[in-house]
Design a protein around this ligand. Structure first.
Ligand SMILES: O=C(O)C(=O)Cc1ccccc1
Length: 333
């Protein structure tokens, strides 16, 4: 039985995303659920079992070691930006690549032990990404409460159950999974906030291009004048649209960075492949984090989908390469 790990414990946004992604990536599989990362307590017929992991990093180690099939991780939020723990794990762990992404609307529930009134709440536990998205609500509704960090929103609910926090800011799913009262639901400072999640596996076959794909890379560069401009020019001159660029320190010394890039397009497309080859020539290291269909909500684009001009089509690249080859072979002037 193959395990799909998600940032747990049960009842996180990531569990919700994992259910969507698994039904998309493994449409024919029977899916069971486990309570803990090493448990295989699922129906006897399940092909896949969804299991919680304490951290994304630990889950990636399980995948790299061949003990799990895939990990589902939160990547980016429309309000708070990237999830640093996921980005760092992506470069520290043995390579894993994304094969699918999904985008979920995020509205929070505030849970507390049965009978707790808002006036009695002094500590509110949650994931840092959730805290950043309910800051105004907490200042207004629970002004005396201090926010304490948890590894996930569901881990925050467990803190409340254990009596170590008075309330937790969670996913709506946690209200169904834990015996806690709902003090508030549908809480969000920004109404239409969304978070993207990816399903990551050990490197293998890349999903077929769909025409609306995303390619994700990490590029490590030397510190010299114009490096970043040079990299971006390699993309621009091949008609490759950059949808995200994020730097993270390499953590070995101050002032050294890696760049996380998301591009429109698929490694199977000539313009993207050509741009990636150029990035490789110009940088210390390029790590491929996957090419996969771009997430849509109810069939609609989440962000603008920009088509490259005809000069960058596979056909245009093939015609131009054939022309150069004919010159090299002397078959044409
Ligand atoms: O803690 C969770 O529930 C997660 O899945 C991470 C997260 C936290 C806040 C918003 C979106 C995802």
């Amino acid at each position: 039985m193959r395990r799909i790990l998600y940032l747990g414990p049960e009842g996180t946004f990531t569990e919700q995303a994992a259910r969507t992604l698994v039904s998309r990536v493994y449409p024919d599989a029977t899916v069971g659920a486990a309570q803990a990362v090493l448990s295989v307590a699922a129906g006897p017929d399940a092909d896949l079992v969804l299991a919680p992991a304490v951290t994304v990093r630990a889950a990636m180690v399980e995948v790299s070691a061949g003990r799990a099939e895939a990990v589902v991780a939160p990547v980016e939020n429309s309000v708070e930006g990237s999830v640093p723990a996921t980005l760092d794990a992506l470069v520290d762990a043995d390579p894993v690549v994304a094969v699918a992404e999904t985008v979920l609307p995020v509205r929070f529930s505030v849970l507390a032990a049965p009978g707790t009134t808002p006036e009695r709440v002094r500590t509110v536990a949650t994931h840092p990404h959730a805290a950043a998205q309910v800051r105004e609500w907490l200042a207004r509704e629970l002004p005396d409460a201090v926010v304490v960090s948890a590894t996930s929103t569901a881990a925050a609910a467990v803190e409340v159950l254990a009596g170590r926090a008075d309330a937790a800011v969670t996913a709506p799913l946690a209200a169904e999974r834990y015996a806690l009262d709902v003090l508030a639901s549908d809480v969000a400072d920004v109404r239409d906030a969304v978070t993207s999640f990816r399903l990551l596996r050990s490197p293998g076959r890349v999903p077929e291009p769909t025409g609306v794909d995303r390619t994700s890379l990490v590029v490590t560069v030397d510190d010299r004048i114009g490096t970043l401009a040079d990299l971006l020019t390699e993309l621009a001159t091949r008609g490759v649209n950059l949808t995200r660029i994020e730097s993270r320190p390499t953590r070995d010394r101050l002032g050294r960075y890696r760049f996380f890039l998301d591009l429109d397009g698929h490694v199977a497309e000539r313009r993207v492949a050509d741009a990636m080859a150029a990035l490789r020539r110009r940088s210390q290291e390029v790590r491929f984090l996957g090419s996969f269909p771009r997430a849509r909500i109810a069939g609609r684009a989440v962000a603008a989908e920009i088509s490259p001009p005809d000069a960058y089509s596979d056909a245009a690249f093939a015609e131009a390469a054939a022309w150069v080859q004919s010159l090299q072979e002397g078959s044409r002037a």
